[in-house]
Design a protein around this ligand. Structure first.
Ligand code: GLC
Length: 585
């Protein structure tokens, strides 16, 4: 096996000379576990997870071997978008507990050696937020209105929305207000639900409020922020009409790229199939905000992290968000949505290393989160399932569960071998599939309602996770209540059914995380290994060689100690949809 020696195949973790960054911050190599608080652990038994529940289960995460947790929002919220509609950024919603519960959770995590990242939602507030209520009560053109994006309607009587933009959740992006006297008033913009009005980030007052909100949580000791819809905060001047391409992803980016069309490793300067950015995604003005936020974090000791949720294409553009004086990391959605094909994966991995490494940032890797079909199902779909559409009882092309799990284990074993930082979504370490049989009446995602049931939405990846196979709600709580019903067949995925069981998905993740740490994979350099053919992905990081067979034919393995394998290995060959880690000092 000869590693390719192209300089481009090495990832640099060195700091750029333009930054005070040490290049050794914890988040450069961290595995970050996403907790979706509604569905992780429920101490008060009301069917919705809470902070006390999280605290009791943190030792299991320390034992899993992750470095940090990221908590989806637990702030005060009417919960019309599961907490991504915040009505008070500096308090905990009673549904999840209290600020004291948060402090206890944070202290417990830190005692266990886990960093804690909270989810900041700056693109929009809840319509219940006092700022929006004040804006509605204030006259047109007032400073209160200028905190949001209010405009007069088009048409003779302002009866038409100010432009043709369509909400990510379906329907229009504008809602008309009603004046105190009952007559129709101005319209306000909401990229998402009507209950999530977009803030006006051109307004310095808004910027100042958020700097204070960041300080509120930094003062409590959080280790950083995941920044929601970071790509949407600045809109193109004049708010011009825009019609998205037919196959565009609803969140922007990653909609039109087929990495199979390109020869692996051929430099990709400008992606020919990437459509122009919509006037509400990825605008240049966001960078100024990140520089301001970077400075706020720099006021605090220790390495605090800013991670962007930025659905923009191509990766070179995402990398601009993580230049040394901006964010620390950005989710790699291009990697997440790459087909289960070796050339495509090779290409996106190399592009990621080049793009992020080119600005001195770590590459990141992610396969699942609370917005997408879980990868244990997604990787075996036989029909298209655009992001946000979800899968439900009537969806075509449903995956074969065994194939999905097999591919998910192989995919996770690739991801956890890559240099940089990786995100793990709660339940993927159990091999949980998407819940594809949720009954219509149980659904809660606004996407389902705003599209009149045309899109199932994201509930299928948000079902409370199973801890103990023979307890009520599989140990999610003591009462058996669950805000989304758990499928009966999930007993087999429960944490206690897998802990200590050789070959279980949980033990596979634990082993991968331990080895990743022991062999310094997060901070290593990646070198491609030649000689295995087009359908095999093979690379070396540190003294570990990762080989994944995505083809139909078994592949002969070199003689070496097997450190990890996503399926049993017999006879010295690597079966289809299987990944191994070999010790190759
Ligand atoms: C982000 C969140 C998603 C939410 C949306 C609106 O994309 O991840 O769950 O619905 O923002 O806040």
């Amino acid at each position: 096996m000869t590693p390719e020696s192209s300089p481009a195949s090495a990832v640099s973790t060195a700091a750029s000379p333009h930054t005070s960054s040490s290049g050794s911050e914890w988040w450069r190599t961290a595995v970050i576990y996403q907790i979706y608080p509604r569905s992780f652990a429920d101490a008060d038994g009301n069917g919705i997870g809470d902070l006390r529940g999280i605290t009791t289960r943190l030792p299991a995460l320390a034992d899993l071997g992750v470095d940090a947790v990221w908590l989806s929002p637990f702030f005060r919220s009417p919960q019309r978008d599961a907490g991504y509609d915040v009505s008070d950024y500096c308090d905990v919603d009673p549904l999840f507990g209290t600020l004291d519960d948060f402090d206890t959770m944070l202290a417990t995590a830190h005692d266990l050696g886990l960093k804690v990242i909270v989810d900041m939602v700056p693109n929009h507030t809840s319509s219940d937020h006092v700022w929006f209520q004040q804006a509605l009560a204030a006259p047109e053109g007032s400073p209160e209105r200028d905190r949001y994006i209010f405009r007069d309607g088009k048409g003779k009587h302002g009866e038409l929305p100010p432009n043709n933009w369509e909400s990510v959740f379906g329907g229009g992006m504008w809602t008309r207000t009603t004046k105190a006297d009952g007559t129709p008033g101005q319209w306000y913009l909401h990229i998402f639900d009507t209950s999530q009005p977009d803030l006006n980030w051109e307004n310095p007052w808004v910027r100042e409020q958020f700097r204070d909100i960041l300080r509120f949580w930094l003062d409590r000791g959080v280790d950083g922020f995941r920044v929601d819809v970071a790509h949407g905060m600045i809109k193109q001047a004049g708010l011009p009409d825009y019609t998205p391409p037919e196959d565009g992803a609803s969140m922007g980016g990653t909609g039109g790229v087929d990495r199979d069309e390109f020869t692996p490793l051929e430099p990709l300067i400008q992606d020919p199939v990437t459509p122009p950015d919509p006037p509400y995604w990825g605008q240049e003005g966001v960078h100024e905000i990140w520089r301001e936020w970077h400075e706020v974090l720099a006021e605090y000791p220790g390495d605090r992290v800013l991670c962007a949720e930025a659905w923009v294409d191509p990766l070179e553009k995402v990398a601009l968000w993580v230049r040394p004086d901006e964010m620390s990391q950005a989710f790699n959605f291009a990697y997440m949505f790459t087909d289960w094909k070796a050339p495509a994966l090779k290409r996106v991995i190399q592009e990621s290393l080049d793009a992020f490494g080119g600005v001195g940032a770590p590459a990141t890797w992610v396969l699942s989160n609370h917005d997408v079909v879980r990868h244990a199902s997604r990787l075996a779909l036989t029909a298209d399932s655009p992001q946000g559409a979800g899968i439900g009882p009537k969806s075509p092309g449903k995956p074969d569960a065994a194939l999905g799990l097999r591919r998910a284990r192989a995919a996770s074993s690739i991801m956890l071998g890559l240099p940089g930082s990786a995100y793990v979504y709660q339940g993927e370490e159990l091999g949980l599939p998407e819940d594809m049989e949720l009954p219509d009446e149980a659904r809660q995602d606004p996407t389902w309602f705003r599209t009149g049931g045309e899109k199932y939405g994201r509930d299928g990846c948000r079902v409370p996770i199973p801890w103990e196979s023979d307890r009520p709600a599989f140990g999610f709580n003591d009462t058996g209540a669950s805000w989304l019903p758990q499928p009966a067949h999930w007993a087999q995925y429960a944490y206690d059914a897998q802990a200590g069981v050789p070959g279980s998905t949980l033990e596979l993740y634990k082993l991968a995380l331990r080895l990743r740490h022991e062999h310094g994979l997060g901070s290593g350099e990646l070198n491609w290994v030649k000689g295995y053919g087009k359908k095999v992905l093979a690379f070396r990081v540190s003294d570990v060689t990762v080989i994944a067979n995505l083809g139909e034919v078994a592949v002969e393995l070199p003689v070496a100690d097997i450190l990890l394998s996503s399926e049993p290995i017999t006879g010295g060959v690597l079966p289809t949809d299987t990944t191994v880690w070999l010790h190759t000092p």
